[in-house]
Write a protein that binds this ligand. Sequence first.
Ligand SMILES: [Zn+2]
Length: 52
Amino acid sequence: MRSLFLKCTECNIYTQKQICKNCNSKTINPLPPKYSPEDKYGKYRRKALQQK
Ligand SMILES: [Zn+2]
């Protein structure tokens, strides 16, 4: 099971809270869904096709 990690861009630290406890900034998900392995391979495949 993968834990949910969020990142505070102000402090550059990882936390599991949606609000950074250090600076009260909203944290972001450093691994957005669009960077899933499936997309990555799809991108490579598309790139390979374009290079033909
Ligand atoms: Zn912070």
